[in-house]
Design a binder for this molecule. Structure first.
Ligand code: PEP
Ligand code: MN
Length: 337
């Protein structure tokens, strides 16, 4: 249920509406716009009588929210959420460009790629340290050492670091060391992990599950937000379909659909969506044209020798070229790189 208050209501008015509902076992999500204030009610609202709430002099109208996702719902929070990470805003008019290798492989590799992508305009550095590999015999990542190398690359370049967490036992380390914690596609419905990252205040990059609907994805965001962490960034990275020409199928329509349903920032991963370095450019451009708040792209200094996801990795030179092209699409959309 959401309560739309009278235009320009005072803080006392907001407080009076909330105290009239304190006896119910619900929580309140207040969203203040320039003119309108909205109170979102989260929890069991079945005992509440809509007409009687509407008799409150500070209340304009009451609306029932039928969707199961509440805190992530645009009806609760009409303005776009903008998340600040070390002074860089995710979800504002400036696009978020996250770039780097699939996996951190060595100090030289991560620092050199970080310098390169920064030169081209990337605002965040990605790099996997704990890798979710299909095969237990494949490279699993440098793990804790990988995080240390990411920190070195951040010290050298100032780029905030984005890396994936796979286990709840590492929450404290990630909270301390990492700027944006990634929940990978395979863990989108690892509810214990979602609950734990929900207790932190770190921005969470929540990738869409391999075969998840948009509603399931938003419900996973809801787990994080219900735990007290409002800083969720959604990442469309392709879903499984019957098509075999590409690794996954990028659901480009998910971007405008989510923009309608939710206030959370949405970014796109054209690398995992296609599995092909040649398809990164067209899909990165399509993502920006469709209204994405940014992209996350795998960049490797030597894709042929990458320990993970070489076929979809682009070189720093190709990344530089793509950035110039994306900038043109961003301009059409009234955004900047
Ligand atoms: C990754 O970003 O390296 C990754 C494993 O992504 P996804 O979870 O989307 O497959
Ligand atoms: Mn990868």
């Amino acid at each position: 249920m959401i309560i739309v208050l009278k235009p320009k209501v005072s803080d006392e008015g907001v407080e009076s509406v909330i105290s009239s509902l304190k006896q119910y076992n619900i929580s309140f999500d207040i969203s203040k716009g320039t003119d309108t204030t909205i109170i979102g009610l989260v929890g069991d609202t079945s005992a509440l009588n809509r007409e009687s709430v509407e008799t409150n002099p500070f209340v304009e109208r009451v609306m029932i929210v039928t969707e199961p996702f509440k805190k992530s719902n645009r009806k609760f929070h009409p303005q776009n959420t903008v998340i600040d990470v070390l002074g860089k805003k995710i979800g504002g008019t400036k696009l978020t460009i996250i770039a780097g290798p699939c996996s951190v492989e060595s100090e030289d590799q991560i620092c050199c790629i970080a310098e390169n992508v920064k030169q081209s305009g990337a605002t965040f550095l990605r790099g996997g340290a704990f890798k979710p590999r299909t095969s237990p015999y494949a490279f699993q990542g440098l793990e804790a050492e990988g995080i240390k190398l990411l920190i070195k690359a951040r010290e050298k370049t100032g780029l905030p670091i984005v890396t994936e967490i796979m286990s709840t036992r590492l929450i404290e380390n990630f909270e301390q060391d990492v700027d944006v914690i990634q929940i990978g596609a395979r863990n989108m419905q690892n509810f214990d992990l979602l609950k734990e990252v929900g207790k932190t205040k770190k921005p969470i990059l929540l990738k869409r599950g391999l075969s998840s609907t948009i509603e399931e994805w938003l419900m996973s965001a809801e787990y994080i937000m219900a735990g007290g962490n409002p800083n969720v960034i959604l990442c469309e990275r392709g879903i499984r379909t019957f098509e075999t020409q590409t690794r996954n199928t990028l659901d480009i329509s998910a971007i405008p659909v989510i923009k309608g349903l939710s206030h959370l920032p949405v970014i796109v991963d054209p690398s995992h969506a296609t599995g092909s370095s040649k398809l990164v450019e067209p899909l990165a451009k399509a993502a920006v044209a469709a209204g994405a708040d940014g992209v996350i792209i795998e960049v490797h200094n030597n894709p042929a020798c990458a320990l993970c996801d070489g076929p979809q990795s682009i070189t720093p030179a190709v990344f530089d070229d793509i950035m110039k092209k994306i900038a043109l699409y961003a301009k059409i959309e009234g955004r900047q790189i």
